[in-house]
Design a protein around this ligand. Sequence first.
Ligand code: ACO
Length: 400
Amino acid sequence: SVDISTFTRQTGHTTLDYGFVNTSATTSAITFIDGDHGILRYRGYPIEQLAQNSTYLEVAWLLIYGNLPSAKELEEFDDRIRHHTLLHEDLKRFFSSLPSTAHPMSVLSSATAALSTYYENESDPNNPEHVELNTIRMLAKLPVIAAYAHKKSIGQAFLYPDNSLSFVDNFLKLNFGVLSELYEINPVMSRALERLLILHEDHEQNASTSTVRLVGSTGANQFSSISAGINALYGPLHGGANEAVLNMLAQIRESGESVQRFVERVKNKEDGVKLMGFGHRVYKNYDPRAKLVKESADEVLEALGVRDPLLDLAKELEEIALADDYFRERRLYPNVDFYTGVIYKAMGFPTRMFTVLFAIGRLPGWLAHWREMQSDPQTKIGRPQQLYVGAERRDYPGIA
Ligand code: ACO
């Protein structure tokens, strides 16, 4: 309904591209996706190999610095991160000013923005030492903030980081340990969480990463850019889908509605209901991450001794959807969020923590993109055009 010819006559050529479906805003050497063939590679390495063999921090190094680390580089990186895990005690008190009903994603984004206030003299985006230090600080402190958001939501005391533990084990203890009680790491849970975090570490120019880059392009520091990215991730069409999937499964189960009937409602677009965890802007084939998550769901639940009917329900939904013309014609397949929630739930995370786990997974990717943008001489402030469709010039008539 928009007359583009008027606009181009007036201002020269432009592209009207709702949702940036066909617009590249940058070049990037970090992640490669072939959505038609379901291929995902970080810095050239297939996601399947990284998920199988590496660790969260090893992949973080790869994304941020461009190559896999040597054993020595990884050890030093790990040591530096452990050195920075403590939060300022004042920042810990920041949490008590928020209601215990606060969504942990809001807590994470606001505490990340607040973290910036402690390092204002060391946050110059043009100073490589500051950039490096804050990269380490964020990798060290955001998992602690995430765990405190969890503890706050369940009314438990915050634990100090235990730097004798690996990154993931420390995170598990911060989330599930209880003061003065010994916390035993479950190796199955630890490895499963590590794999899930790796699968989320980057995904090129998705909404949250583009937000990080857009905010960063104004000269804003890493804390401000990444807290904006966390807010972008919160939405149910993006990272918030993992929480929405579990709520959808629970609702279907509680209501007693048949899966077939639910799928019919989705197809008829009744009340805008969608099959959450399905569809992707880039993948028009099975999301390779979803394939890996689905494979580990059975394995992890069995190893943890959990039997969850929601996993069976998810499988039934997938089977019915994949055989249906509506989903086939639109090339809608499960995305990474479809099966993750069932695993997080089996680990004991409350539903509202799921997107926070996604954020911790995605953090290295955000940092890598922020740094890539910062060091690219082509970077300009991000400033999309618009196509004005409002009133013609008119004269102010006076209030009377
Ligand atoms: N359920 C039902 N129909 C869907 C779904 C879905 N999950 N996803 C897309 N469609 C339909 C749309 O209604 C549209 O149908 P139409 O042609 O009849 O109008 C068609 O498929 C194309 O969909 P678009 O919305 O144009 O696709 P887009 O690329 O803009 O959106 C998105 C992608 C947001 C992921 C969408 O598929 C969706 O909303 N999925 C559910 C939410 C979700 O799982 N998000 C997580 C994405 S992955 C991530 O961020 C980690």
